[in-house]
Design a binder for this molecule. Structure first.
Ligand code: SF4
Length: 398
């Protein structure tokens, strides 16, 4: 789904921009925004972004704070930061000119991977580069009956080779969009519309399903006429299949009821890592009587670099309520630089857990304990460092 949506925006922008630089920049922005976010959410962000920073030069002159502010709510903030760093690099080191090939885009721009580089190069510059996203993976795995784990290095390489070999040399951008759109609208994850598919005659998964049903029919007819069964050989029966890194392996089950949706395959998901954090929501009342919240800035590198958050501590082992209060108090002293003693005032506000990327309050053992000291007046604190601030707005982005 994602690929098609990315390109819907990209093509719109591409066709309205005569300047190749601007076009490449616009495609780059849209691709990055859509990497982890649905198009319905992205459109508004994209429009505002392009209005504020219509060229790579405009973006390079912004501050990281402004970029984070504009990105606020989209999540995965490192994407915005990398766009910003990339723009600065283009202006500072590359003479204001975006790299002109997929290879250079990937090599020179932070956060630009193989997919984004291929999409920008094929759409903006007409370079004959294929792209492989979730939709393309599905189409290619079905077309070629690639039954091994599609995240394995062997399958990943095979898919990229296929995409690069198949891409139309004259209209690579259109071809890539068509592949992604086919995966998003016809060759869909749960219900492929093979009857409407222009690739049906080339599709091995479709052929396998057809063979299965005619084999079943043949067996039924033969059983009725009391003759011997005839089996139809398929790809798993070829001698090389047992050792092939792309085929279904002998232990993998082919489920007839799933048809073509037996492909693509992925290894069982690893259980997600569980982390526990204790967080302080410290509220005070400002001069006007409005509530303000203590926020601290994260380090400039790493996850959510430079973002503001409530003071918090990642717990490394199981803790008691008292230990959590002690730990949090230590963090607050570190943050405020003063020997405050708020432990007696700390009270449990609630527990929050993250489920499928969303934060929910919960009565279950939580992953994040929120604690709050008693409200105080603003005059009682003298926080001046740029690494911490009192803010009248606090919004939790997942
Ligand atoms: Fe997908 Fe069916 Fe088309 Fe094959 S024929 S590519 S499985 S929609």
């Amino acid at each position: 789904m994602l690929g098609m949506l990315i390109l819907e925006i990209s093509v719109f922008q591409a066709s309205s921009e005569s300047d190749m630089e601007r076009r490449a920049y616009a495609v780059w922005v849209s691709e990055v925004m859509l990497q982890q976010t649905q198009v319905a959410t992205v459109i508004d962000y994209y429009t505002k972004w392009m209005k504020t920073w219509p060229t790579v030069q405009h973006l390079a002159m912004a501050s990281l704070e402004e970029v984070n502010e504009k990105w606020s709510g989209l999540g995965y903030y490192s994407r915005g930061r990398r766009l910003y760093e990339g723009a600065q690099k283009v202006v500072r080191d590359l003479g204001g000119r975006m790299p002109r090939t997929a290879e250079d885009l990937q090599k020179q721009l932070p956060g630009v991977g193989r997919y984004t580089a291929g999409a920008v190069a094929s759409i903006s510059y007409g370079q004959a580069k294929g792209v492989v996203d979730g939709n393309v993976i599905r189409v290619l795995c079905r077309l070629r009956r690639i039954g091994a784990d599609f995240t394995s290095p062997a399958v990943t390489d095979a898919l990229w080779n296929l995409a690069n070999n198949l891409v139309d040399r004259d209209r690579p951008g259109d071809f890539n969009q068509a592949m992604m759109e086919l995966g998003a609208t016809v060759c869909t994850p749960k219900k492929a519309l093979c009857g409407e598919c222009p690739l049906q005659s080339l599709c091995r998964a479709y052929r396998k399903v057809e063979q299965d049903s005619s084999s079943l029919l043949s067996k039924t007819v033969k059983r009725r006429s009391k003759t011997q069964d005839v089996s139809i050989s398929d790809i798993e029966e070829c001698a090389a299949a047992a050792s092939c890194p792309l085929c279904l392996q002998s232990g993998d089950h082919w489920d007839c009821s799933l048809g073509v949706t037996n492909y693509p395959r992925k290894s069982a998901k690893k259980p997600s890592r569980e982390e526990q954090t204790v967080t302080c929501v410290w509220e005070r009342f400002g001069e006007q009587g409005d509530p303000e919240y203590l926020l601290v800035q994260r380090p400039q590198k790493g996850l959510l670099a430079g973002m503001w958050e409530f003071p918090s501590v990642l717990l490394e082992k199981a803790t008691t309520a008292g230990e959590r209060e002690e730990i949090l108090c230590g963090r607050l002293r570190e943050v405020t630089g003063s020997n405050i003693s708020v432990i007696k005032d700390l009270q449990l506000v609630g527990e929050v857990r993250r489920e499928h990327g969303e934060l929910r309050s919960s009565g279950h053992p939580g992953k994040c304990w929120l604690m709050a000291p008693s409200p105080c007046r603003s005059s009682t604190s003298s926080l001046t460092s740029t690494r911490r601030t009192w803010s009248t707005t606090c919004r939790a982005d997942p």
